[in-house]
Unconditional design. Sequence first.
Lengths: 326, 341
Amino acid sequence: VGDGYAALATAYEDERPLYEELARHLSGLLREEMERLALHTTVTGRAKEISSFVTKALLKGYADPLNEIGDKAGVRVTVVYAEDVPIVEEAVRRLLHVVGREQKLDALAYNETGYLGVHLDTRLRDEDVERLNVRLKGLRAEVQIRTMVQSAWAEVSHEQLYKPAAEVPDELKRQIYRLVSVVELFDLEVARFLDEARRTPGYAEAEALRPLGEELLQRFDIRRRADRQLSLTLAASLVPLYGLAPDEVYPQVLADWISANEEALRVQFAEAAALALNPLIHQPEVFIIFERLSNDTRRLEEAWPERLPRAWLVDLAEAWGTPVDE
Amino acid sequence: LDLRTLQLENLIIHRVPQKAAPGQPEVNPTLSDTADPQSDRVRAFFQRRIRDAIAKRGLAVEADPALDAGTIDAVRVALGDANEFAAQSRTIAQRLFNVQDRRNTEGILVIGVGVVGGSQTLVILKLEHEAGVRAEEVHLDDGSLTFRVVLHEDLLLTPKTLLFKAAVFAGDDGSFEALAADMQTTGGIADFFLARFLGCRLLENPSVTTERFFYTSEQWIGQLPDAEKRARYEIALLAEMHSGQQTIDPNAFARRALAVDEHQPYKETLQAAGLRFTQFPKDTSSIESRIRRIAYDFASGIKVVGRPEAMREHVEVEEGDDGSGSVVTITDELTRVHASG
């Protein structure tokens, strides 16, 4: 065993820099793609440690471990919401050659519980190999996709079930495995919450407000916390005025408009700070109100939510020099 | 002038009383010796009031070389030299008092300097005294007099303080753009304020503005695809021209006559033609014959002509269901049929 261990370790040690390069490349590639898709994820990558590789090779009895062990390079994509797992998988399939897929859930009977992540056995596409390093050709990498909670469970179970020097009694193992059903429940409940929340008026439209909150803070140094209910109410009424998907409103209309009107907006915020009259001035949707006052006054008036005082709109309109009907 | 960028830096306030009745002791304005930036609140308050007044009633004006240039000269000097601001503002206040008569009530005259769109600016506001804003006399340690503005916050929330008149001058190197607004008259700007006090005249003759408004509106209406709408809007436009109002308010007209979705394209069309979307004095003298009658011309050569009010009452235009043309219904009493050359 000693000789075998040393030989395997040496063989893998020679190959390992390539797997490091592969893992580094893949994690960068996927991180970039996750940003492009605006998915809230964490992407990490590693080449398998030499000791882990040899231990796995010996314990699992591979005939040709250097070729059979598929996770010498590994990338993990951790998502917040379970609904993002298939989106990430689709992205991986677009970018890499997927030669195998394992979803642990598929292997479980209805009365079993266990790890729920998706593992994809991948290789670089030929055109990428040519561009990067021909020696990466044919090397396999495992891409794991899992939710934050699945990840937490996997970390804890790995630490507690596989790392201890002594074998853990079955009863203790059951304690850890019982927890996995909580993980499953957690992700299901979050999915249900998202589903319900998306049916709440203004929820989808409020997506348009996210960059506006950042504009308030970063460009105008306004640090007041926005009233969420007010945001939902206004977003539900005003964002549809643009006839764009909510996440397109800022890049297509408001980003340039805010830059072009920065001076006038600064004056508004300074006046509001001095007069402290209107609660809307610290809301991210104030940009939408001013922009629509400039470019679509009448439809803004028509769309104004009945449950909000019209005096707030009238006040902002007067301040902006675009009077509306009182 | 983009007044949304207006930032006042220094203010001076004078009290301009009502002229004394015959036989009563003579009165004089109470003039501040010193300018005072006042508080952020006060400056913000005046910035907003000016912006609102100009947005509602503002008209572009220019110095009239035929008139006394006393105020204009004072404005130029004050814009050119910050040290002259207080002295020139007193000249301006004294001049206002001089041109007023018994009909003009007491007010406070607020004169401010600052910046707008990167240019120096001087603003003049005549406000009602006593309501939402009070000017209180303050004697400084050196014995000089100034007024400090006291704002009553409850009244500020729904600004009760009446703003009577406002003027904004902005520019550098002696030349300037100017806007003025009169919140007390419905037909433009009172002559005593515009001509005798400011020494200015409207930048464009009201008959020219009215004509440009009419033709630009008519062109915009003419390009609408829906015949029924074209007829309805044309009648509304002519009704606006014929109404007894002394002013035309394009914004109010659009609100009254046009569909909500058409408000903005119409506004942009007027603005592209250099027209402000605010009230201006109406003078239809140059288009009198043009607005007397309205005519519907049809592809067949048939023409329906009538007075706008008769058309509104008796003629109905609709789009045909099958898109084959317009359906025009005239509900009236046929009084005569005759050949026409």
